[in-house]
Every structure is written in C-alpha cells, then in structure tokens.
Write a protein that binds this ligand. Structure first.
Ligand code: PLP
Length: 455
C-alpha cells in the first residue's frame, strides 16, 4: 500500500475489505465499522479518533504489567539483535528458553518443575491433550483417553481446545466437537444452587465428576481439565468445597488433574497462580497471557515428575511448534516476571488494590437494581445482570443487556467485556485507585442506561 492511511473511515474501509475477525459478528461489524486502536500506556489505550479509553480488560485478560513498559521493548530488541530465532527441536535450545524454564520452576506450585513451550493458550491445551494421552499409552493404559471439561469452560479455539471447552456456539460451528471429550456442570452457585448453601452446591458440582467417571469407566478417563476460576465463561469462582472434592475424586480414580492457568496465572488471583489461591495440586498446568503480559505470544505447559518421567521414558516426542520456546518471547517473559517481582505487584494486588477494587464493585453491585451478584476473586470480577434482583430472575437468552451495557461503557471511554449476561473486568495489576474510581463511575452510567432501557 503506497498511501499512508490516517482516518478512521479509511481504516474501516480497508479492514472491511480484507480482514476476517475472530469472535466477531460480521453483520454487526459491517454496520458499526471496526474500532481501531493505535497506542497505549499504563491502563489506557487510544483509538484512531484520539479517544483515551480506560482498558479494564487488560487487552484480552493479559496485559498484567500494563502497557508502555520500555523494559520489555528493550528485552525484545536486545534478544533480536543477539539471536532472533532458533528452534528447540532435535536436541537444541537457547539460553533464554533454558533460563525461563528454570525461573518458572521457582514460581509454579511445588512439584511442577518441567516445561514444554508453545505460543498460545490453545496450543498449550492441545499439547496437554497429546501429552496426557501419550502418558497413559506409555503407562500401558491406552484406553485412558477421554478428557472431562466443564460447561462454559474455555480452553482455546483450536479443534481440540474447542472440544475440551464447554462453549456450545463453538461446538456448533463447523461440527467442532471431537469424540473423547465430555463435560460436567460449571460450579455456578448463583445460577444452579438455589436452596443450597454455596458449600453444599460446591460438593454437588464436584461430585458430577465422580458420576461422569463412573459412567465412562475410570479405565477410560485420562484427565479432568478446569480453570481454577472460569474466566471467559463469565467469571465463575467455585465455592470453597469444590476444588478439594475434585482433587479427592481425581486421586481416587487415578485421573490426571489439569489446572488451566491461562487467565489465572501471573498474579490475577492475588497469588502467582490460581492453583495457589484455591489450594489445587495439579499434575499439569497450561499458562500463557500474563506470562509475557501479552507483549509477545508465548505459552508453557508445566508438568510434575510423574508425568515428565513417564513421557521421557516413552520414546521420541512427536510434537512441537516452530516457535516453541522462541528466544525473543522467552526474553520478554523473563523481563515481565522481573517487573512483577521487582514491583511487588502480586503482594500489592492482594493487600491494597484488590480489596479496594472489590469493595468498590461490591457497593455498586449491592446498590444497583440490575446487578444480581458480584463474582470473582482479587482482580477479576463479573457483575451478573438480572431482570429482577429480589427473585433472581435472569434475562431471557435472546436479550442482550450485557452487550448493551458494554456499548454504553465504550461511549464513556471504558472497556469492559460482556459475557452472556455478565459484565467482566480484569484490569492490569497496576491499576490505581483513581482508575478504579473512574471504572466504577463509568460502569454505573452504563448500568443505569441499560436498566432504563429494560425498565
Ligand atoms: N485457556 C483459557 C483459560 C483461556 O482463557 C484462553 C483464552 O482466553 C485460552 C486457554 C486460549 O488462549 P489463546 O487465545 O492464547 O489460544
């Protein structure tokens, strides 16, 4: 393209002509035109019309250290000048890849000291599926090959990750549900647990796993895979009884436990990993997003010694990606971890930022007629929109109050996400009090306008 494109209308015309967007309704896009973002700093992004917008979604749940970190730019640039690329196939490695694996082993929950690198959360989960099936083959139990996930679980968008997840529209598109994937109910007490305490419901939701294992036969079940807190399904944080019971069941039937940390990892829940927050001891753990704060694509799969020993004794690993352990992405991930540690971001989130964030949101949730409950933990939050707060009447599936609310918020220069009938916030870990105040004020305007339209 010879000419320099400058106006939003020009960007929109070109985009319309050439670009198929992920997770986008082409009809709506055609009517509204694409929104183009051009620069970012801290918790703010700017669009091509010059609007300064508070990004309380940290991009796609990933820019944990905030935008504009020169240190990450320098780490990438230095690595590009030294060794821009080499692969990790055929017994090769690079210093940044080795250093990152070592560094991660110091941060991950006890026993998870061995790593495989990939480029996205989806690839990490595909890797899990291939490695776990291989693990059971090597153990002489090839029939253990079925994976159990959850409704509204999200593990990515490749064919296998789509099947593992529990998103009905994704299964429906292109007949994407592969055989060998089963799902149990998501542990959402407010929706499914009427008449029970959260603790009773947590046990009941976890025991759906036992029922499913018995139905399939434990000799056929490879692993249970769950996000410590379900993010893209609408920020579903399980009752306190849930994970201990899941863990007991997995041990009893020798089913591997996989905690998908793609959103929860790197400080989001007030600890390095969601598994720390919920006391989960997984056998394998995929991670991505906050690993590099989204500055470059990178993902990793952590595994324990039982898994790595078996796999290492099982012959050639016929799996890998050209960019597994890409040296520049590894350099950025190392520098990103340095920032999180040096600035004490996780302690700060746990002790200062999250209490203020949650108190502010709780007050808004309690006082607003259209909000049924506040969910989540630490710096990830979901506001459930309901038609009637007192009776817990939900909106009909055909109604779209959250999308309406999201659009009202964008009109106020605030980015929140709409998931089903839930408004989601997942800001950079660096968000300050004044930015939280701004988020609350603008969210309230969005909720007020939405409530008025549904009054
Ligand atoms: N796993 C979880 C828990 C996620 O939230 C996501 C993305 O949101 C993925 C996996 C997929 O990651 P990616 O989009 O990098 O493939």
């Amino acid at each position: 393209m010879d000419q320099i494109t400058t106006t939003t209308a020009e960007w929109q015309a070109l985009d319309r002509e050439h670009h198929l967007h992920p997770f986008t309704d082409p009809k709506v896009l055609g009517e509204q035109g694409v929104r183009v973002f051009t620069q970012a700093d801290g918790c703010y992004i700017w669009d091509s019309d010059g609007n300064k917008i508070l990004d309380t979604m940290a991009g796609l749940w990933c820019v944990n250290v905030g935008y504009g970190r020169q240190e990450l730019v320098d780490a990438a640039s230095k690595q590009m000048a030294t060794l821009p690329y080499y692969n990790t196939f055929f017994s090769s490695s690079t210093p940044t890849q080795i250093r990152l694996a070592r560094r991660l082993s110091e941060l991950t929950p006890a026993g998870l000291d061995y790593f495989f690198f990939a480029n996205s959360g989806s690839e990490a989960n595909d890797t899990i599926i291939r490695l776990v099936r291989h693990f059971w083959e090597v153990q002489g139990q090839p029939s253990k090959n079925v994976f159990i996930g959850r409704t509204l679980g999200y593990h990515g968008s490749t064919l296998a990750a789509t099947s593992l997840g529990g998103m009905a529209p994704m299964h429906a598109m292109g007949q994407s549900l592969l055989p060998g994937f089963e799902h149990i109910i998501e542990p959402h007490w407010y929706r499914h647990g009427q008449g029970k305490t959260p603790e009773e419901f947590g046990l009941e939701a976890a025991r759906a796993l036992e029922t499913k294992i018995l139905e399939l036969g434990a000799e056929n079940v490879a692993a249970f895979v769950g996000e410590p807190l379900q993010g893209a399904g609408g920020v579903i944080d399980p009752p306190s009884t849930y994970w201990p019971e899941i863990q007991r069941i997995c041990k009893k039937y020798d089913v591997l436990l996989v905690a998908d940390e793609v959103i929860c990892g790197f400080g989001r829940t007030g600890n390095w990993f969601g598994s720390d927050t919920y006391g989960i001891e997984p056998d394998l753990m995929p991670m991505a997003k906050g690993l590099s704060s989204g500055y470059l694509p990178i993902a990793a799969v952590a595994m324990n010694k039982r898994v790595s020993d078996a796999i290492n004794g099982g012959g050639v690993i016929s799996h890998g990606y050209t960019y597994s352990g890409h040296p520049v992405s590894c350099a950025v991930a190392l520098a990103n971890i340095d920032i999180i540690e040096r600035e004490g971001l996780i302690d700060k989130v746990r002790e200062e930022t999250a209490p203020y964030f949650r108190d502010s949101l709780q007050q808004l949730a309690d006082s607003h007629p259209i909000v049924g409950e506040l969910r989540g933990v630490s710096l990830i939050a979901g506001l459930q929109l309901v038609r009637d707060k007192a009776s817990r009447e939900f909106f009909a599936p055909t109604e779209q109050p959250a999308i309406e609310c999201r659009e009202h918020c964008i009109g106020e220069n605030l980015i929140l996400r709409a998931v089903g009938h839930t408004m989601v916030a997942c800001p950079p870990l660096t968000i300050g009090r004044s930015e939280i105040d701004e988020m609350i004020e603008k969210t309230k305007i969005g909720l007020d306008k939405t409530a008025a339209a549904h009054g």
